[in-house]
Write a protein that binds this ligand. Structure first.
Ligand SMILES: Cc1ncc(COP(=O)(O)O)c(C=O)c1O
Length: 357
């Protein structure tokens, strides 16, 4: 693996970039991306290139039929004592495997897992100056694959494009969030694509999310599509509910994304002395428990948000329920960030140090 930028143009584009303050999200796109094409049944080598517009035919398959998938990952500055100052990728092989599950579900070719991880390492190493320094900040990484064949037939592409974009980013949520129980629209039906990161899943949520800001809410809390009785996940986070000493999260199914943060929390629970159980959560019971003053926490988790406690739940019936304080979510957020920044030792393979240029 080499991170040397062969082209003087790419080197120039990286020179003297100042990180904005605040970083926000997507404000500054890294001027260099990784890119590879799949043609004639094989992937070409991934190369680094300038973040210039791609030239696509208007009849490119992904634009019409949505054959597109992505991942969301982060490189964190190592704030620990072991290899301080390097960048750390969090569980990159898990992300590679999920990327390939998404690809398979959408009839797309897989990418070699080691190539995927090496590409991320190479890009992060090259963009080291864009990995921010403060806890909670990160270089957000967006691996994407889309069907690139220019043809209007409703069949899978024969050509694909893989790109990895990067943007320095602040922590997504620094304050507790508000969640809207979505009772009208559905995110994912049985047998559909809800358990993979298909681009269309997100487009399908936009109409439901559109009125939220005016209503004073941030995240959709999706219910199961068949009965609308059980909570499934947030817009882009898995959901956990603490009732007293037990923390519940809906079991994985074909309508729930297998979040890597969710998996991390479940694996960490024992060592943190927490009891976490994968079990369906009835929304009516949850609302009753909060309304009756029970000791309840609701929180989301995901790469972007890490862990985000909920302080208010509402819905279209006029329900507005403030939630009590959220000590466990606060503890889990801090713990995850400490792992991701290398401040605490993590299980094998979770922290992947990336050598700098
Ligand atoms: C729908 C959905 N659920 C859950 C998650 C959380 O997954 P992860 O923890 O792997 O980021 C995400 C974010 O990727 C998501 O988009």
């Amino acid at each position: 693996m080499t991170s040397t930028l062969a082209s003087p143009d790419l080197r120039r584009r990286l020179e003297g970039i100042q990180l904005p303050d605040p970083l926000g999200f997507g404000t500054l796109m890294a001027p260099v991306m990784a890119i590879a094409h799949y043609r004639d049944g094989a992937w070409e080598d991934v190369r680094l290139d300038a973040l210039d517009p791609l030239s696509l035919a208007p009849h490119t398959q992904a634009l019409h039929y949505g054959q597109a998938i992505f991942e969301g990952m982060k490189a964190y500055r190592n704030l620990g004592t072991d290899l301080p100052g390097t960048a750390l990728l969090f569980r990159p092989h898990e992300h590679a495997r999920r990327f390939n599950r998404s690809a398979t579900r959408l009839g797309m070719p897989e990418l070699d897992e080691d190539v995927y991880v090496a590409t991320l390492e190479r890009l992060v190493s090259t963009l080291d100056a864009l990995v921010p320094e403060r806890q909670g900040q990160s270089l957000y990484l967006r691996p994407t694959m889309f069907g690139a064949t220019a043809h209007l037939s409703v069949v899978p592409s024969t050509e694909y494009c893989f790109v990895v974009l990067a943007t320095p980013s602040d922590a997504f949520f620094t304050a507790p969030i508000s969640a809207w129980i979505e009772r009208r629209f559905s995110r994912a039906g049985p047998g559909g694509t809800g358990n993979v990161k298909a681009a269309g899943n997100y487009a399908a949520s936009f109409a439901a999310a559109a009125p939220l800001a005016k209503l004073g809410f941030q995240q959709l809390l999706w219910l199961d599509a068949v009965h609308h009785t059980h909570i499934e996940e947030f817009t882009a986070m898995n959901v956990f509910v603490r009732r007293g000493d037990t923390i519940l999260t809906p079991p994985l199914s074909d309508t729930i994304l297998a979040g890597i943060t969710r998996d991390s929390l479940l694996r960490l629970a024992g060592s943190l002395g927490l009891s976490m159980v994968e079990k369906p959560v009835d929304v009516a019971e949850l609302v009753d428990a909060i309304a009756s003053g029970e000791d309840v926490e609701v929180f989301g988790c995901g790469t972007g948000a890490v862990v985000a406690p909920v302080e208010l739940i509402g819905d279209e019936t006029g329900l507005r329920l403030p939630l009590p304080p959220f000590p466990v979510a606060t503890r889990l957020r801090r713990h995850m960030l400490d792992l991701q920044h290398g401040v605490l030792p993590a299980p094998a393979g979770w922290q992947r140090p990336v050598p700098t240029r």
